[in-house]
Design a binder for this molecule. Structure first.
Ligand SMILES: [Zn+2]
Length: 308
């Protein structure tokens, strides 16, 4: 089917207490792995490309790969811009056919974040495309952040309400204890803060970034309180590269066909995506007619219990 927007599937996720995985892709094998997992799991899926992926693959090429994969799929597939750094990049992606945008003004002063997010949202909404924004800051592990710095950068619930009202953004990435690009899942999310933000903006699906560094029990708990989109990037890269190293070591050095090496990487990424879809409760939410149905599920994941 053609690409769908993130609006409808994230509203269904919010109402159905599950989360849609947003998986970063940089190359063809990753795109195929993510969509294959979605097909087998009957899960809606968001494929997202970062600024780095756009630099690596090219904007039109990255968009074309995801569109081609979606066209062959009978589950909803979204093409999302991850961390669009400025207004112009968002407009370029809108023009290239992205069905979900993100403007990340979290490093800018608050009023500037409000102003630019509002401009992006206004233009995107004219074209029927939703926009994710970020408030508070999800820091980078490579910067060597302390617990105090993570806490100080967290999203303020009252400000979140003001921000969503003034910008009209459709979804909000919040800072609630995770850090980008952590190499192991050790962090606990601040569930009380997530509850407070959800209570302040109950109709806005919340987005978790930096999930690869978060304990899975904590992710499942967060899904019960408004987290409806969870970004997964580092874990996919780790799986891809680990499998590639293993295949390079397993074949004789004279084997020169790259396909033989990359098959294992594709399979490894697919298994991580499948695991996350089950954990997030999105597996099985796509009915035979291709629509995401919260009524069929109303469940959260296979660990941490369920919620009525
Ligand atoms: Zn992020």
């Amino acid at each position: 089917m053609p690409l769908v927007t993130s609006k409808e599937i994230l509203q269904a996720a919010l109402e159905g207490h599950f989360a849609v995985g947003a998986f970063n892709a940089n190359n063809m094998e990753q795109v195929q792995a993510i969509v294959d997992a979605a097909l087998e799991e009957r899960a809606p899926v968001i494929l997202q490309v970062s600024q780095g992926a756009i630099r690596y693959a090219g904007l039109e090429f990255a968009a074309a790969m995801v569109k081609a994969a979606a066209a062959e799929a009978d589950v909803p597939v979204v093409l999302h811009l991850d961390h669009g750094t400025d207004f112009d990049q968002n407009i370029r992606c809108l023009r290239a056919g992205f069905t979900s945008l993100m403007y990340d003004g979290s490093k800018a002063p608050y009023e500037e974040n409000v102003a630019v997010t509002s401009r992006v949202a206004h233009i995107a909404h004219v074209c029927g495309i939703p926009v994710e924004a970020e408030l508070g800051r999800v820091l980078q592990a490579a910067d060597g952040v302390t617990d105090e710095e993570v806490r100080a950068a967290m999203t303020d619930p009252a400000q979140a309400r003001d921000f969503v009202e003034r910008t009209g953004c459709d979804t909000l990435a919040i800072a609630c204890g995770s850090v980008h690009a952590m190499q192991s899942a050790e962090a606990e999310l601040d569930i009380e803060r997530i509850k407070a933000i959800h209570a302040a903006i109950p109709e806005t699906p919340l987005v978790l970034h930096g999930s690869s560094g978060v304990k899975e029990e904590s992710e499942v708990e967060a899904i019960k309180h408004g987290i409806s989109k969870i970004n997964v990037a580092t874990m996919l890269n780790q799986a891809f590269t680990r499998a590639l190293r293993e295949s390079l070591a397993a074949f004789p050095p004279e084997e020169s066909d790259p396909r033989k090496y990359l098959l294992a990487s594709r399979d490894a990424v697919k298994e991580v995506v499948r695991h996350k879809m089950r954990l997030f409760g999105s597996s099985g939410t796509v009915t035979s007619s291709g629509f995401v149905s919260p009524a069929t599920t109303h469940r959260t994941a296979d660990i941490g219990g369920t919620e009525a």
